[in-house]
Write a protein that binds this ligand. Structure first.
Ligand code: PNS
Length: 166
């Protein structure tokens, strides 16, 4: 059985992430979306919110049978091994991603040679898109409808309202 892990901060999930999830899931029997919970990496959305957003999106797009979401702490390769995954999935948007992604993939492969990283080049329309762009736009009350799945738009705005930024 081919199991893949798609790890990330997902702070919050974007349409770019969703595109990778859909494409990667076609290659795998089972895809686990790993939501990083790392106290040294500050996020706007809590672990629980980030996981629930993704669960909501999977349900909305009828993807929730073969694709699961789980938060993880510690090393990605340990999480991948615990899930019996042979693949780590990452998206590459632009050349600026490459250096970091190559380092991550090669380090992970050095630690756990059984696990390979597969890269998906993002669709052109999402090549500029990141969670940080979404957070920036939402924090000023701008329109994020074309950047995140419709079913989480209001919750993203609500969060920024709750933290007093809009
Ligand atoms: O969405 P992001 O923030 O670019 O995802 C980064 C992520 C989660 C893939 C990366 O930070 C990660 O794997 N963190 C877990 C710790 C780890 O295993 N680091 C790699 C060895 S240096």
């Amino acid at each position: 059985m081919k199991v893949g892990i798609y790890p990330g901060s997902f702070d919050p999930i974007t349409l770019g992430h969703l595109d990778i999830i859909i494409r990667a899931s076609k290659l795998m029997d089972h895809l686990v979306i790993g939501v990083l919970n790392n106290i040294s990496k500050k996020t706007i959305f809590t672990e629980d919110e980030r996981v629930r957003f993704i669960e909501r999106v999977l349900k909305e797009y009828n993807l929730d049978s073969r694709i699961k979401v789980e938060a993880f702490q510690g090393l990605l390769v340990d999480f991948a091994k615990a899930k019996n995954a042979s693949f780590i999935v990452r998206g590459l948007r632009a050349i600026t991603d490459f250096d970091y992604e190559l380092q991550l993939a090669q380090t992970n492969h050095k630690i756990m040679p059984d696990i390979d990283t597969i890269f998906f080049t993002t669709r052109l329309e999402y090549s500029y898109l990141s969670s940080s762009t979404v957070r920036e736009i939402a924090s000023f009350g701008g329109d994020i409808k074309q950047f995140v799945p419709e079913c989480i738009v209001q919750s993203v705005y609500d969060k920024f309202k709750a933290i007093g930024s809009v």
